[in-house]
Design a protein around this ligand. Structure first.
Ligand code: C2E
Ligand code: SIN
Ligand code: SIN
Ligand code: FE
Ligand code: FE
Length: 422
């Protein structure tokens, strides 16, 4: 095996090493298959961050491997085979090196000629090659083309043709002499295609990883929310229900021209996934307040109100670790602003009207309807009708008036949804 073959062999065989890919895959899977320890909440966030940085490292390795492969390809290219030819238009005579016979796979007893040369060009590329030659003789400039050659036994070879007019001893173009090289780039092309395939494979792998990351991130975040909710939610289904309410309300709102622009499929999917983050900050509220059976004092309620800021900051930290996305952005808006009120009397910032993000306005109605219908440590469950009254009395005061109307118009669907998931 010559060194040229050896190089290509490496390029080709390495590109097909499934073992490496499997190792990487196993490593990814392993890091997520780890059992989630439900006992310490801060552990969950820490692990989440660690899993992320481990994946980032794996992706960096994959990328390095890819660029190494590209370098090897350039190396292989250098060693590739060349044939030299000369053409004299005045006499129509052509001469070429022995290696060119080898490249063309032509019998070396046949004299070199432009006809012989062109007879092997793939029909689909013939026009391009002929045009190249007429340009060469016409314009006297250096030209190059990659084209296919078809061998006597019908195999396809890729060739790289370079050509120039010759120059005389004083550097002037000599139009009686043209010369050039032909390079067999078939193996290079194959390697290129393999590389292309492998790159696509890597891309697919990366895409899969990103999907797995999202899924595992969601699972971990949801586990964390479940923990925080399980402390003050009787049924434990508050998360699922409020997510469904948000989606239903967003879908209803989309049919109104006023919201049609802002609410698209992605908005609906995102609010469904991100709304469970709204009370994530309750993790930071002491049991003595969160689980207090009676009414909170002003001081206790002041502490309670910090759950919106705590939730926002928790998500902002997650975003700092591995970048923000639509899901996190909306989660932050919802966490921070779900207790804002339409008339500006809410918390944390006292925003009013449409200054409150739409996602948070949708959340507010969904959250309160669910809180009203549910038994809490501090209150009994209200009937659907009583809950509607409370929502209606908050129209334009607590809640976006248009969204309130949309909610009330569809109230039966909200009731069914609540009753089917209680
Ligand atoms: P939560 O229980 O999920 O309630 C969310 C929101 O639903 C409340 O936000 C409030 O706007 C509405 N809501 C809940 N119950 C009622 C009600 O009986 N009547 C009316 N009109 N609205 C109701 P808010 O008030 O900002 O409270 C935020 C969180 O603070 C509550 O979340 C709950 O965890 C806690 N909290 C509020 N009041 C008390 C209380 O008196 N005792 C205890 N232990 N916790 C409370
Ligand atoms: C993510 O968690 O990275 C995005 C989740 C989603 O698909 O919205
Ligand atoms: C945001 O939700 O991204 C902005 C919240 C803020 O800091 O006001
Ligand atoms: Fe809240
Ligand atoms: Fe809530």
């Amino acid at each position: 095996m010559n060194s040229h073959d050896f190089m290509l062999q490496n390029v080709l065989s390495d590109s097909l090493t499934e073992q490496k890919i499997n190792d990487i895959k196993a490593c990814f899977l392993e890091s997520f298959a780890k059992e989630i320890d439900h006992s310490i909440q801060s552990d969950l966030l820490t692990r989440l961050v660690l899993d992320y940085s481990s994946i980032t490292r794996q992706l960096e390795l994959l990328n390095k491997e890819l660029s190494l492969r590209e370098e090897m390809l350039v190396e292989a290219q250098k060693i590739a085979m060349l044939g030299r030819w000369d053409y004299y238009p005045d006499t129509g005579s052509m001469i070429w090196s022995q290696s060119l016979y080898y490249i063309l796979e032509a019998d070396s007893s046949i004299p070199a000629s432009l006809e012989l040369f062109l007879s092997r060009v793939h029909p689909d590329d013939y026009e391009d090659v002929a045009r190249l030659y007429s340009r060469l003789f016409d314009k006297n400039e250096s030209l190059t083309i990659k084209y296919r050659l078809i061998t006597a036994d019908n195999r396809i070879k890729w060739l790289h043709l370079r050509c120039s007019p010759a120059a005389d001893s004083r550097g002037r173009t000599d139009t009686s002499h043209y010369y050039g090289t032909i390079q067999d780039i078939t193996e290079m092309k194959t390697a290129e295609e393999e590389l292309e395939k492998y790159s696509q494979h890597l891309e697919t792998l990366v895409e899969e990883k990103v999907r797995e990351i999202s899924a595992s991130q969601m699972a971990t975040i949801y586990a964390l929310i479940k923990l925080s909710e399980s402390r003050d939610d009787e049924t434990g289904t508050h998360i699922e229900r409020t997510a469904s309410f948000c989606r239903l309300l967003a879908e209803k709102a989309r049919s109104q021209p006023k919201y049609a622009n802002e609410i698209d499929d992605s908005f609906i999917e995102t609010i469904f996934k991100a709304s469970p983050l709204h009370d994530i900050g309750k993790v930071g509220i002491p049991d003595s307040i969160l689980l207090k059976p009676g009414k909170l004092t002003d001081e206790e309620f002041a502490v309670m109100k910090t759950h919106v800021q705590i939730g926002y900051e928790t998500l902002a930290k997650v975003g700092e670790q591995y970048g923000r996305n639509e899901f996190l952005e909306m989660g932050m808006d919802i966490a921070l602003y779900h207790h804002e009120k339409w008339d500006g009397s809410g918390y944390n910032e006292g925003l009013f009207g449409e200054k409150i993000p739409l996602s948070a306005r949708i959340m507010a109605i969904s959250d309160v309807y669910d809180a009203l219908r549910s038994k809490r440590v501090y209150k009994e469950a209200y009937s659907h009708e009583k809950s509607l009254e409370v929502i209606y009395s908050g129209k334009g005061i607590h809640f976006d008036p248009t969204l309130t109307d949309i909610f009330l118009q569809a109230e039966e669907e909200f009731r069914l949804l609540y009753d089917s998931t209680r």
